[in-house]
Design a protein around this ligand. Structure first.
Ligand code: DCT
Ligand code: MG
Length: 487
């Protein structure tokens, strides 16, 4: 799992979970704007201050006090100025309805579609059947632009001709992330990805500025790096006590940018200072005690050994169990932050049996002294989930993070997709599902989902997805093997 528990980033379990929201204040009163700006993060959403050219975003526009024609004009202008296939434009009344009803309402009636310029009469006359796509929606036309529709290309990104540039920009992206400036970090990350995918060495400003997600200011920075070998802004931003302390505190497992900032404001500067803080959570205490082990990514070979131990132990319980190592390991990465293991079997459906396999496995692993610290043990719907720390039974072994889920067989494919990630790939797929009027989670792909009292009530129809390929198919995406999901 990532360094910070989602619960600490924003309020967990809110009905805006996983949504990045931009408020476009046209005609919105300051009072309502203030209310919305408080309520969105309180319910799990992330408020984004400027409109990104890419990435998933809900753009909310005041639709009460505005003429429909003017509203259309705003949407058209925004989508032309910031062309972003993953942006969804909604009337602000969607937000009011969500807050009123305490649930994430369907976008349907609130979606402000980007209207196409009307074809002139003469053009219409010339239109052939082939050119005409009256039923093809905005999503259909833009599906191929979603991250989840594209293959990630690791080979291209590990050794590329502009590595000096991306290394320098990555220092800034990291610093912004550590200091909770997520939006700036995101902007840099998008530019970095774009530069990594560019096959030639960048030689001039126009060439840089022509890349997707690279604006004029970013192009200036690129040229400074090319000409001077480094970027002045990196030392300005990174080489101060605050940023260096935040960078260190962000590496404590269980702490994220907000906790790091709180610790800094309390006057803590070193790991020793943290040890003397009596307000640490149980997770943070483990993170601090095992700092040096958990801070390090594992080599793939070590993951294979951990996986082999868990698999062998699980198969002792039932030889028909399917035990899959997911996460970055399944995506073929050479190093992994933790190991994410999914367990099911072809007939696993009974809740008691799910619990019995889950508890039986944990008890056995504990009896081996393989598990050293439990971080959390929970039920998510019918799935059981363990987050903890393990250590191989050999001298010199280090403590490593281990996540295990046991899932009923009908949730196998969606759980496998979720647990394999990457997180970015998952976000993109979930957003595409929403845009197609569905909802994708680790439990199921569902149509017409309704959320009641912040809880997802899967009253919609579950689309049968026995395999990962069927999930791609239902979303009309080309199948991507796990190693193509490293976005
Ligand atoms: N996941 C997600 N959204 C998140 C975090 C995780 O969808 N915010 C999913 C995707 C990957 C999977 O859970 C396991 O999470 P991690 O172990 O954090 O990610 P990883 O890709 O395995 O990377 P790492 O090598 O750091 O473990
Ligand atoms: Mg992982």
């Amino acid at each position: 799992m990532s360094n910070e528990l989602p619960a600490k980033r924003r309020k967990a379990g809110g009905f805006f979970d996983d949504l990045s929201i931009h408020l476009y204040p046209a005609a919105l009163s300051k009072i309502r704007q203030g209310i919305f700006e408080r309520q969105i993060p309180q319910n799990g959403g992330q408020l984004v201050s400027s409109l990104p050219k890419s990435g998933q975003i809900l753009v909310l526009i005041e639709d009460n006090a505005i003429e429909p024609a003017r509203l259309q004009q705003i949407v058209r202008d925004l989508s032309q100025k910031h062309p972003n296939p993953e942006a969804t434009y909604l009337g602000m009344s969607w937000l009011s309805k969500c807050l009123e009803t305490g649930q994430q309402c369907l976008f349907d009636e609130f979606e402000l579609k980007v209207s196409e310029p009307k074809p002139s009469e003469s053009n219409l006359g010339k239109m052939t059947k082939k050119d005409e796509h009256p039923k093809e929606s905005y999503v259909d036309r833009n599906r191929h632009k979603f991250v989840c529709a594209q293959s990630s290309s690791d080979e291209a990104t590990s050794t590329h001709p502009n590595k000096l540039i991306t290394d320098e920009l990555e220092k800034l992206a990291g610093a912004y992330k550590n200091s909770n400036d997520q939006w700036r970090a995101f902007g840099y990350q998008k530019a970095i990805t774009s530069i990594k995918n560019y096959p030639k060495a960048i030689t001039n400003r126009d060439e840089a500025a022509a890349l997707p997600n690279v604006g004029k200011k970013m192009a200036d920075k690129i040229i400074e790096i090319i000409e001077q070998g480094s970027l002045q802004k990196v030392s300005e931003v990174c080489n101060n006590e605050r940023m260096q302390v935040l960078a260190l505190f962000n590496r404590v497992w269980g702490a994220g940018p907000k906790t790091a900032e709180q610790w800094f404001l309390k006057g803590h500067r070193t790991l020793e200072d943290l040890q003397n803080d009596d307000k640490l959570t149980a997770h943070q205490k483990v993170g601090l005690r095992l700092f040096h082990d958990l801070d390090e990514r594992m080599q793939r070979e070590e993951c294979t050994e951990i996986y082999a131990h868990v698999q062998a132990t699980a198969l002792e319980i039932n030889p028909n169990l399917e035990v899959v190592a997911c996460g970055s390991y399944r995506r073929g990465k050479p190093t992994c932050g933790d190991l994410d293991i999914l367990i099911t079997h072809p007939k696993l459906d009974d809740d008691l049996e799910i619990s019995s396999i889950f508890n039986g496995l944990l008890n056995r692993l504990r009896a081996h002294n393989f598990l050293t610290d439990d971080l959390s043990i929970m039920s998510e719907g019918r799935q059981r989930k363990y987050l903890g720390v393990c250590k191989l039974l050999k001298s010199g072994a280090k403590h490593r993070r281990l996540d295990i889920i046991v899932v009923p067989v009908e949730e196998r494919a969606t759980a496998l997709m979720y647990f394999t990630g990457s997180a970015h790939f998952n976000r993109s797929m979930r957003l595409l599902a929403i845009k197609m009027g569905m909802s994708l989670s680790e439990h199921a792909l569902v149509t017409d989902v309704v959320r009641v009292n912040k809880e997802k009530a899967n009253t919609g129809t579950v689309i049968p997805t026995p395999t990962e390929a069927s999930v791609f198919e239902a979303l009309q995406l080309p199948y991507r093997a796990p190693n193509e999901r490293n976005h």
